[in-house]
Each structure stands twice: as C-alpha cells, then as structure tokens.
Design a protein around this ligand. Structure first.
Ligand SMILES: *Cc1c(COP(=O)(O)O)cnc(C)c1O
Length: 429
C-alpha cells in the first residue's frame, strides 16, 4: 500500500497529516463521523473505474453485472434498515437528494416551507443563497423563543397563508426529535406534501433511538456520512410508493407512473450522470454494519454521551437552545458567556477540539461571527469514548472559553487532549 508514497510523496504527506490530525484531536463537528476500514476499502476500490449510468438491470453501459449486485445489495439493506418500500442510493450528496425530490414534486416558483437556516435548518431548505431559495418561493418557519422547538402555531398560520406544495421537516442544528406527526397534521391541513430530511439523525432513526418518519412523510432524504457512519453520499426513501398525482403516464402502456419511477428519472438523467459505484458499494457495506446489533449500541451511546455533555454544560451555567438534547447534537448560546461563536471555534481549535460556530435562534450576530457553537458526539463516540470523557471534554472547553486570551492554557489543554485521543485510537494502522 505504498503506491501513493512512491508516486506522489507530496500528496501522501498531506494524507498522512490529515490522518494524524483526525487521530490526535477531538472531533465535535456534529455532521462528521469516522467510517470503518471496510467502508473505506470499498470506497477506495476498483469500482471507481466503472461507468454505470442507469439502474441495476437497465444500464446504458456494458460490464455492469458485478456493480449491479452491489447496488442491489445497497438497496435491499437500506430498505430493511428503515423499513422502506422504495429507495434510491445514487445521489452523490444530501443536497443532490434534496434537489431530486424538489425537481420531482415541484415546478419552479412553487411554494416550499422549511426551517430557517438561522434556526437550525439547512441551506437546501429554502435559503436564498441556495438553488432551493432561488428556484422556489421559499417561506421559512422558526423555533419558538421560549422553547427552542419548532413553533407549530407559526407554521400552521404560515401554511394557511402561503399554501405550500411541499413542507420540509428536519435540520442541521435541531437538538430535539423531529416532530413528524405534528408536521403531517400541518401538511394535511393545506394539502401539502411532506418531506423529512433526516441527514443528521438517520443513524439514530435506523436503530429506533429517534422516531421514524416512514409512516408520516411522503418522501425522506438523508446523507449517509453523518450518524449513519457510511461514506459521503445521499439517499432518497419512501415508506410507501404511490401513483404520481400529476398524471404522468408511461408512453407505451398508458399506465400511470409511480412516484418512485419519477424520482429515479430525476436523479438520473435529471440531475446526475454516472453513479459513484465505489461509493454506492461502500454505502452497502455501511448499511450492513448498521443492521448489526452493535450499531444500535453505538447510537444509544451517542445520545447518552450528548446528554452527559448537556448536563455538564448546564451545571457550568451554559445556555442550551431548547434546554438540552434528545439526539447527538447540542446547540449552545454563548451570549451569557461573553464570547462569540467565532472566537470560541478559534480558541477551541488551539486546544485540539474541533467544532463549528453556529447561529442560534434570534441571533443578533452575523453568520460569520454568530453567538453560538454546535457540538456533536457521533465521531468521538465511534472512538469508544463514554460519559466520563464527555464530562472531561466539557470542562476543558469551559476552561478555555472562560479565559479566552490565555495561550498557555490552550497549549496545556492541547497536550491533555492529545493524550486522551491516544487512548482511543480510531484506526489501528
Ligand atoms: C448535511 C445536510 C444536508 C446536505 O448534505 P451534503 O452531503 O453536505 O450535501 C442536507 N440536509 C441536512 C439537514 C443536512 O444536515
């Protein structure tokens, strides 16, 4: 395995330095995780060479009989994992999965409703800097100031006023369970379709640690690389396939097409060309891992660890949006601690703790500064860390944020962080 080292030492060195960075620091970015060696072996394998436009059994290229088996395994395992009737494993990313759903269910100019980015939503849920806000008429709903949870009074009245075609639930910095059932009620009251974007909690949904959207939502999208711990990519699912309501028929038979057929056609040829077969095969490996009982134990630990962190932060006087967490993510408002999200991200980086600044609901600071930070436990839980390590990490974070100009302190914490990390290796090289 010294090919890269011999042929391109410069890039080999960059790869090595990234491996050292990941091993020796604490990864608290809530959207990141560490895949298994098995997943990486598949993602780094020969299937990257294969063109396979189309779907298993219906490809535009020859020589697809082997990759067809991999994609069929990915589909079968994913259906089993979420109890889904239909899946598409080809989207290159979570954003592509969302784009495919929008292009199937909507026409440009149609009204969509998603959680405001600054309140925990995602760029693809209608932000004006994203295609979703530019191609569609985007109305944002919010969380309530008192509870930090989705404000269903507001969303009901916005829905009645704007009559959305599609309501999107889920987000990137929402610490609580997504309220699928309540969203279904709102969608039904105005005849809207309901999409769940479970990019963040999908690993927890797969094991029943988070409620499932399958019964309540018309269509579900996710990434595969966050709590699901697979390779970087996207997926689309339906709990139950149904006949398309737009009257599209198959040209020869005159049969009304199923929504699944329309989604497949939107993904390819609609918005993508050749699928990443190496990634699809690696998704199959990850879904296989997620079907094992150990993965349920992992996701339970992820949530236990997040709750332990929340408890420790609250003891130290920190203000958690919604007062805590049900999931893998905490959103912390630092306003009462007199430090910005940007400053906290910067100094914590010096202590070997990686996380991101984040807008908090009703933030008065810009997205480049922010009043908050987002903290997640998926990655450090994969390393095997538990509740006592969580409490220690929070204490280090508090020390640094309480004395934010003390460079000596940061260097001392960094040594302790490196030491802790060396006891929890990610990859046994
Ligand atoms: C991460 C995320 C996405 C997008 O995933 P990418 O793979 O980065 O495109 C979409 N929706 C939500 C809610 C996310 O958190």
């Amino acid at each position: 395995m010294n090919h890269l080292e011999n042929s391109d030492p410069e890039l080999f060195h960059i790869l090595e330095r990234e491996a050292v960075r990941e091993e020796s620091t604490l990864e608290l970015i809530a959207s990141e995780n560490f895949t298994s060696e098995a997943v990486m072996e598949m993602a780094g394998g020969v299937m990257t060479n294969k063109y396979a436009e189309g779907y298993p059994g219906k490809r535009y290229y020859g020589g697809c009989e082997v990759v067809d088996e991999a994609e069929n395994m990915a589909r079968d395992r994913l259906k089993k994992l979420f109890d889904a009737d239909y899946v598409n494993v080809q989207p290159h990313s979570g954003s592509q999965a969302n784009m495919a759903v929008f292009m199937t269910f909507l026409k440009p100019g149609d009204v969509i409703m998603g959680l405001d980015l600054a309140h925990g939503g995602h760029l693809t849920h209608g932000s004006m800097v994203n295609f979703s806000g530019q191609l569609y008429n985007s109305i944002s709903y919010h969380v309530s100031k008192e509870t930090g949870r989705v404000d269903f009074d507001e969303i009901k009245s916005l829905a009645l006023e704007h009559k959305p075609k599609l309501i999107i639930c889920g987000g990137s910095a929402y610490p609580r369970f997504i309220e699928f059932e309540d969203f279904r009620e709102v969608a039904d009251s105005v005849g809207a379709y309901l999409m769940a974007d479970i990019a963040h909690p999908s690993g927890l949904v797969a094991t029943g640690v988070h409620p499932s959207p399958m019964k309540y939502c018309d269509v579900i999208t996710s990434t595969t690389h966050k709590t699901l711990r697979g390779p970087r990519g996207g997926i689309i699912m339906m709990g139950k396939d149904f006949e398309n309501p737009w009257g599209k028929v198959a040209p020869k038979s005159g049969r009304v097409k199923m929504v699944s057929e329309l989604i497949d056609a939107t993904v390819m040829p609609g918005i993508q060309g050749g699928p990443l077969m190496h990634v699809i095969a690696a998704k199959a490996v990850a879904f296989g891992e997620a079907l094992r009982p150990e993965f349920r134990g992992y996701t339970e630990s992820v949530v236990k660890n997040a709750k332990a962190m929340a408890d420790e932060f609250i003891k130290l006087g920190y203000d958690l949006v919604s007062g805590g967490t049900d999931t893998h993510v905490l959103l912390i408002d630092l306003t009462n601690k007199n430090i910005t999200g940007k400053h906290a991200e910067n100094i914590l980086g010096k202590t070997g703790i990686t996380l991101n600044k984040n807008m908090v609901p009703f933030d008065v600071k810009s997205p480049f500064v922010t009043s908050g930070i987002r903290v997640g436990t998926p990655a450090i839980t994969t390393r095997g860390m538990g509740e006592s390590e969580m409490r220690q990490v929070v204490k280090w974070m508090d020390k640094a944020m309480s004395d934010p100009e003390n460079e000596n302190l940061f260097s001392n914490i960094l040594l302790e962080v490196n030491d802790l990390c060396s006891n929890f290796p990610i990859y046994k090289h």
